[in-house]
Design a protein around this ligand. Sequence first.
Ligand code: SF4
Ligand code: SF4
Length: 491
Amino acid sequence: MPTPAENNPLPPGNPGPASKPDAPGDYRNHLATADQEGRRLWVYPRKPAGRFYRARTYVSWILLGIMFMGPFIRIRGNPLLLLNVIERKFIILGNIFWPQDMILSAVTLLIFVTGILIFTAAFGRLWCGWTCPQTVLMEMVFRKIEYAIEGDAGAQRQLDRAPWSPGKVFKKTTKHLVFFGLSFLVGNTLLAYVIGTEKLFMIVTDNPATHHTGLTFMVLFSVLFYAIFARFREQACTFICPYGRHQATVMDENTILVAYDYKRGENRAPLHRNQSAPERKASGQGDCIDCHQCVAVCPTGIDIRNGTQMECVNCTACIDACDAVMEKTNQPRGLVRFASLNGIERGESLRFTPRLAAYCIVLSGLIGLWLFLVFTRSDVEATVLRAQGALFQQMPDGRFSNLYTVRVINKTSHPLPIELKLEEPAGQLQVLGHELLVPGEKLVETSLLIELENTALKHGTTPVRIGVYSGPRKISTVKTAFIGPRNDTPQ
Ligand code: SF4
Ligand code: SF4
């Protein structure tokens, strides 16, 4: 069995997270990946193996497929997901959301946040270890490439310690070229989610001189992802990610997370040659043989035996490592497993607590509101405002007219002919200029004249209702005001 020092290979001058065992409670005073002076301690996690790692690999294939194919998937001609913050246009599951859909977007965001709260309260950071793009790309793509080129943790440490040689230059150059190529791919995928595949292809195929901004972002995203996956790594989860930082406010003693069964594991002690499991028990030793295998595989450099820690992303690598040790030492698996604190202390399974119930009620209410907003949301949004600075006009036949500016947004992806009809009061409505045909996903602005009889006018301001039609289908009703002379004005 490797010693702790062998399991935590480090470059010269870097003592590393696990080669310096923490004093009891000391792990809470400093980060596992920083020394007392705050210098970075590089983590060399050993390659995990086991049933959870296999399951994570299969899940990652599906997620990576969705992530890279996402920009090309179309629903009713629209992308699966487009988050165009530049033009403030958002498409989710093929549905276009405009800035005018702000309430719907806000409710969608609230549902997302509440869903995460419930999920975290019940299952801890399962999202982080299994589905977060940062972890999936880091552990299932970049890390695997690193293992393939530089070898497992021990070989990586030796390579870093070794003087520069043609072999080292070759390995390091190959790794970083592959890393940058992949970062370019990831950066372009992100860009495709922001500007869409059509614009991205235009940037790639057109004259570069005409796409300075797009090309700049392409380079920036590539460099950013390269920096994250080649150097920053687990620090993104520890320092940057707000979800990781707020988890402690949501989790409680009933939350299921990756945990060390201290009741079973302590009193930990190394395994003596030919010592059987019953002999250990009889001598008062726990099941943990203090082999540090769970620490050696941890990508954030922590010791799960110290309890729940902010750095733990619930990747389950330590479960696999410990299960392998338990099998070798003829002890039951699950010394490190998915469990809650109450599960370990009292053998309780996941409980539906009042806090979870309250979250679920809030979530149900939000989903109800979201459904209402979606089903009552119209394909066309029209606003009619009186033209700036224009007063009413009296016509030769005695009627009065007001000039308006009308704006129509077509939220669908196909062109819509729009007709406006005056519903109240009786009078005439005339769209100035040509027929109102609004192209898909576009806004059209034009002028509108309304003429009313003097008898239809109320004192000063008359409320007006205009029906918005597309063919025979009425889409919405718009309210505005008609300014006329006050009744006491001499005619
Ligand atoms: S403690 Fe275990 S589950 Fe948590 S990050 Fe480390 S290896 Fe993953
Ligand atoms: S928890 Fe398991 S893997 Fe970790 S030191 Fe103890 S026996 Fe080894």
